[in-house]
Design a protein around this ligand. Structure first.
Ligand code: ASC
Length: 126
């Protein structure tokens, strides 16, 4: 799928960028910076769920140079890295149903953000 390490890095960062953009849209509603809109929240939630499945195959061995943001060697800690991926996907799977109300959005956005952060703390350099 990826001819060069740079292609793998670009692919996974693209998925993270789309995911972060839609996390930002939900976050703006959670904070009251934007009005709560259930249909728009659901569309973002579905995209976050889908995007959260994509990055992992693109963590190809050795793709930690160049413009990569990897730290903490996820390849040497493959079981831990995998369990953090699964935790994220378990939380994002709950988002589309949870965002039907503002309270539900706030709660599940928090749980999802915690799953993002747990992995970033260990494996994202910046
Ligand atoms: C986001 C985003 C992240 C995570 C993280 C959670 O919306 O872009 O990287 O949530 O901030 O703590």
């Amino acid at each position: 799928q990826f001819a060069k390490a740079e292609d793998a890095i670009d692919y996974r960062q693209s998925a993270f960028t789309v995911m972060a953009n839609h996390m930002g849209r939900l976050s703006a509603m959670a904070k009251g910076e934007k009005p709560f809109d259930a249909a728009s929240a659901k569309a973002s939630a579905q995209l976050i769920q889908t995007m959260s499945k994509l990055p992992w195959e693109a963590f190809t061995p050795g793709s930690d140079g160049g413009f990569s943001n990897v730290k903490g060697d996820p390849w040497k800690n493959a079981d831990d890295f995998k369990s953090l991926q699964e935790k994220l996907m378990a939380e994002t799977a709950k988002l589309p149903d949870a965002v039907g109300s503002l309270d539900g959005l706030r709660k599940q956005l928090g749980a999802t953000g915690s799953a993002c952060k747990a992995c970033h703390d260990k494996y994202r350099a910046q």
